[in-house]
Design a protein around this ligand. Structure first.
Ligand code: ARG
Length: 460
């Protein structure tokens, strides 16, 4: 078998070495990026006079043929195809001969792989951003439809203050807006070319890294060749953005699981997006939401795994860095699958607003409104808290209903008792970002505007 380094070595590689070392089984999915990088490199080599125009054309035609072979799944590998870079170059040289042997001029797999991964990641981030924006639109649609529906708001998973359903849905929407922003951030740091750094030190040949960066549509180009081949921060940035997004999807999943339970009964699931039990005929399970919760674990694992891989590496490239791709690919695949399924589940579920209202209508849920009522009449808040607290304690002890105790109180009275009527409290909170109807109406406007801005950013 002829390796890339056969000149220096007498024997071929051991089977165990190859089995551990080969990355083609997983990095072949970057074939388009590898070929795009080679096309740009060959074009630049011709621009600076290191390839003739005929040689460049021969290489580019061969690259096109290899791309088709991969795309049609008829690329034939040979045992020496260690990774996608080796495989493409070997085949190009087979097809076009000597010009192919010039393709690697001034280039190393070290700058090549960094460039390929950057290209791949840039495209993957764009795809994930689109999916997150789609899911946000689903939440927005529900929030627009929710009208005056309200449910208990929770802290410590104890009923705290009732909030409108739109408000609750938009809370998740805003968290996802930060995910979109984080993904754009990761994209910005990904969008820098490494091509032209060589193995680590640049080149004595008149290469033009700015030209290849331009040809590949990168927004920037590396500043330091050592850093260019050693840097995988952009993969970490991406994995971090995916992990936080995964945590948000997990928290949404957890709520959907609670809400779909008999005990809450806040939502009904569409048959197409829920599963049954092999034994218990009555069951309808929220598997998608559970998997959204479960998948967050591996996304966090991918981030911590790669951080750990990178932390001890001296400059510059080390083979450990080949471990960047599987977590990255799996992270993107995992988030893609999860977003698609969760979006389907959420867009088809039905809200049981009667159950929500019923459970948010305990008079105790309006206790804070009573205290605020007293404050608006001039009482210091601490005192108001104590006055209402005393009524709650007496009502809980069975002395009378809270409404009666409030109505008969000198300072509270019948007007305050009106606040305990179901559905009154949630819409009284009118401050910016609050959960009442009027505040939510302007929040909806701001959310729509944010979504439109993010959608516009994707096409820039
Ligand atoms: N397959 C390698 C990787 O994914 C490509 C770079 C190999 N470079 C080297 N000098 N062995 O990282």
């Amino acid at each position: 078998m002829s390796t890339l380094w056969h000149g220096r070595f007498e024997g071929g590689p051991a089977e165990a070495l190859q089995a551990l070392n080969d990355s083609l089984p997983f990095d072949r999915r970057m074939f388009r990026e590898d070929i795009a990088g080679s096309r740009a490199h060959a074009t630049m080599l011709a621009d600076v006079g290191l390839l003739t125009v005929e040689e460049r054309n021969a290489v580019i035609a061969a690259l096109e043929q290899v791309e088709t072979e991969f795309a049609e799944d008829r690329f034939e590998t040979v045992p020496s195809d260690e990774d996608i870079h080796t495989a493409v170059e070997r085949r190009v040289t087979e097809i076009c001969g000597d010009p192919g042997a010039k393709l690697h001029t001034g280039r190393s797999r070290n700058d090549q792989v960094a460039t390929d991964v950057r290209l791949w990641t840039r495209g993957a981030i764009d795809e994930i951003i689109d999916l997150v924006l789609g899911f946000q639109a689903t939440l927005l649609g529900h929030a627009e439809q929710a009208g005056g529906a309200y449910l208990p708001g929770y802290t410590h998973l104890q009923q705290a203050q009732p909030v409108s359903l739109s408000h609750h849905l938009l809370a998740h929407g805003w968290a996802l807006a930060r995910d979109v922003d984080r993904l754009f951030d990761a994209r910005r740091r990904t969008d820098v070319s490494s091509l032209g750094a060589g193995a680590l030190a640049g080149s004595s040949l008149p290469l033009d890294p700015v030209r290849t960066a331009e040809l590949l549509g990168f927004a920037g180009v590396f500043e330091n060749s050592l850093d260019a081949v050693a840097d995988r921060d952009f993969v970490l940035d991406t994995l971090y953005a995916l992990a936080v997004l995964g945590v948000h999807l997990s928290r949404i999943g957890e709520e959907l699981i609670l809400w779909a339970s008999e005990e809450f009964g806040f939502i009904g699931l569409d048959d197409g997006f829920s599963t049954g039990s092999s034994m218990m005929p009555q069951k309808k399970n929220p598997d998608i939401a559970e998997l959204a919760r479960g998948k967050a674990g591996r996304l966090i694992g991918h981030l911590t795994g790669l951080l750990t891989t990178l932390k001890g590496l001296p400059l510059t490239y080390n083979k450990d860095m080949q471990e960047d791709k599987e977590p990255l690919f799996d992270g993107i695949d995992t988030v893609r699958l999860t977003l698609l399924a969760l979006d389907g589940m959420v867009s088809t579920l039905t809200f049981r607003t009667d159950r929500m209202a019923e459970s948010a209508s305990s008079p105790y849920a309006a206790a804070t409104d009573l205290a605020e009522f007293l404050v608006s009449r001039g009482m210091p808040f601490r005192q108001a808290h104590a006055v209402v607290g005393e009524k709650v304690r007496r009502a809980l002890a069975g002395e009378a209903s809270l409404a009666d105790l409030v109505a008969n109180d000198d300072q509270l009275g019948p007007e305050a008792a009106g606040l305990l009527e179901p559905g009154v409290s949630p819409h009284r909170r009118t401050t910016r970002g609050a959960g009442g109807r009027t505040a939510v109406a302007s929040q909806l406007d701001r959310f729509r505007a944010q979504l439109a801005r993010d959608q516009a950013r994707t096409s820039q």
